[in-house]
Design a protein around this ligand. Structure first.
Ligand code: FAS
Ligand code: PHB
Length: 390
C-alpha cells in the first residue's frame, strides 16, 4: 500500500503546478496521469499568461525559460470595420500579459518534477477515486501493465480536466452544474511563420470571428470561428489562410505570412462551472471544475489561480491552520465566476451569431463603438484581460 499526503489526478498544468508548489512546501504528493508524457505535451492549448499565472510559476521555481523566451505584451488589438483598434493594457492597468505556450509551461513543470525525483505515474489505466466523502483516508486506484495499484492519501486533488474521473465520481445530488454551449467552434492552426502583428488581434467580422496569436517571433497560432459540424479535413491550409485573410483588416491581411500547418484542430466552445469545488477530502481544480470559451484567454490562467488557492489552503492545513481548506471552494469560485463572465461577454461581443439577426449585429457594433470611445470601458476590458487580483 503506497501512501502520500496529496494524491493528484492529472498531469496537465493544474496537476503539475500543484505538485511542484506542494513539494516546495514540503508536502508529499504523487501525480497519476492516464496518458503518456509525450501525449500531454502534444496537446496544443493556451498561449497567453496573466501575471497571476507567471507569479505562481515563479513561486514554483519554473520561470527561468518563461522569462528568457516569453513575450511580454503591453497591449491587445480588436479589429472591425477593416481597422485595428488597440487597447493599451499597460497604460490602463499598469500590468501586461506574457505570450508563452501552455506546451512550454507543461514542459517546464515536467522537467522540474523529474529533477526533483517526484513520483509521477503516466499511462495509468482505470483510475478511480474512493472514500473521499466521509473517510479521512481517501484512496486512488489504477491499473498499469495489468498490475493493480492503490494509493492512500490525506487529500485528492482532481486535476483531471473536463472529461476526468474525479468530478464524475461525485454523487449527483452533491454537485450543481452550470453550462452554456456555444453554437460554433474554433478551427485552430499552428504554423512556423512570423506573427502577422506584434500584438494579438481579436477580429470581429461579418464572416465570423478570427484570432491572430503567437508562440514566438517565428511561430504563430491562428483561429477562425467555424460551424460545430465542420471537420478539420474540410479545411486545406490554403482554404484556412484565405478565410483568415477575409476576416482581417486589408492592411493586416496583406502582410500575413502563410505556411504549412504543423497542427490543425477544432475545439468546441462552452462555459461550465461545477459548484462547490470541494467534496470532503476531494478538491476539483482547473478544467475539472470549470471551462471557459478561449475568447478571454482565461482557461489556463483560471487553472493556475485555483492551484494557488489550494496550495495556500493545504499549506495552512499542514501548518496547523486546519480550517483553511474550508475556504478553497468559495475563494476559487469568486474568481472563476468573474472570469466566466468576462469570457462569455467577449465571446458574445466578437463572434457571428446569425440567429440574433440584424438587431443583434447592431448591438455588437454599438458595444464596440462605445468600447473605443470610453476610457472607462477600455479599462474594464483591460483589467479583466490582464487578470483580476487573486
Ligand atoms: P487539462 O485538461 O489540461 O489536464 C487534465 C489532465 O488529466 C490531462 O493530462 C488528462 O489526460 C488527465 N486525465 C483525464 N482523465 C484522467 C483520469 N481519469 N485519470 C488520470 N488522468 C486523467 N485555454 C486558454 O487559456 N487559451 C486557449 O487557447 C485554450 N485552448 C484550448 C483548446 C482546447 C482543445 C482545450 C480542450 C482547452 C483549451 N484551453 C485554452 C483551456 C486549457 O488550456 C485548459 O484551461 C488547461 O489545459 C487546464 O489545465 P488542467 O486543469 O490541467 O486540465
Ligand atoms: C492562443 O494563443 O492559443 C490563444 C490566445 C488568446 C486567446 C485564445 C487562444 O484568447
Amino acid at each position: 500500500m503506497q501512501t502520500t499526503q496529496v494524491a493528484i489526478v492529472g498531469a496537465g498544468p493544474s496537476g503539475l503546478l500543484l505538485g511542484q508548489l506542494l513539494a516546495r512546501s514540503g508536502i508529499a504528493n504523487v501525480v497519476i496521469e492516464q496518458r503518456s508524457a509525450d501525449y500531454v505535451l502534444g496537446r496544443i492549448r493556451a498561449g497567453v499568461l496573466e501575471h497571476t499565472c507567471t507569479d505562481l510559476l515563479e513561486a514554483a521555481g519554473v520561470s527561468a525559460r518563461l522569462h528568457a523566451e516569453g513575450l511580454p505584451h503591453d497591449g491587445v488589438c480588436l479589429s472591425f470595420d477593416d481597422r485595428l483598434h488597440r487597447i493599451d493594457l499597460l497604460g490602463l492597468t499598469g500590468k501586461r500579459v506574457t505570450v508563452y505556450g501552455q506546451t512550454e509551461v507543461t514542459r517546464d513543470l515536467m522537467d522540474a518534477r523529474r529533477a526533483a525525483a517526484l513520483s509521477t505515474v503516466y499511462q495509468a489505466d482505470e483510475v478511480r477515486v474512493h472514500d473521499f466523502l466521509d473517510g479521512s483516508a481517501p484512496r486512488v486506484t489504477w491499473v498499469q501493465d495489468g498490475q493493480a495499484h492503490e494509493l492512500r492519501a490525506d487529500f485528492i486533488a482532481g486535476c483531471d480536466g473536463f472529461h476526468g474521473v474525479c468530478r464524475a465520481s461525485v454523487p449527483a445530488e452533491k454537485i450543481a452544474l452550470h453550462e452554456k454551449v456555444y453554437p460554433f467552434g474554433w478551427l485552430g492552426v499552428l504554423s512556423d511563420t512570423p506573427p502577422v502583428h506584434e500584438e494579438l488581434i481579436y477580429a470581429h467580422h461579418p464572416r465570423g470571428f478570427a484570432l491572430c496569436s503567437q508562440r514566438s517571433h517565428t511561430r504563430s497560432r491562428y483561429y477562425v470561428q467555424c460551424s460545430l459540424d465542420d471537420k478539420v479535413e474540410n479545411w486545406s491550409d490554403e482554404a484556412f489562410w484565405n478565410e483568415l485573410r477575409l476576416r482581417l483588416p486589408a492592411e493586416v491581411a496583406a502582410r500575413l505570412v502563410t505556411g504549412a500547418s504543423i497542427e490543425k484542430s477544432i475545439a468546441p466552445l462552452r462555459s461550465f462551472v461545477a459548484e462547490p469545488l470541494r467534496f470532503g477530502r476531494l478538491f476539483l481544480v482547473g478544467d475539472a471544475g470549470h471551462i471557459v470559451p478561449p475568447t478571454g484567454a482565461k482557461g489556463l490562467n483560471l487553472a493556475a489561480s485555483d492551484v494557488g488557492y489550494l496550495w495556500q489552503a493545504l499549506e495552512g492545513f499542514y501548518a496547523g491552520r486546519r480550517g483553511e481548506i474550508d475556504h478553497y471552494s468559495q475563494r476559487a469560485l469568486a474568481r472563476i465566476w468573474k472570469a466566466e463572465r468576462f469570457s462569455w461577454s467577449m465571446t458574445l461581443l466578437l463572434h457571428r451569431f446569425p440567429e440574433n439577426g440584424s438587431f443583434g449585429a447592431r448591438m455588437q457594433r454599438a458595444e464596440l463603438d462605445y468600447l473605443f470611445s470610453s476610457q472607462a470601458a477600455m479599462t474594464a476590458l483591460a483589467e479583466n484581460y490582464v487578470g483580476l487580483p487573486m
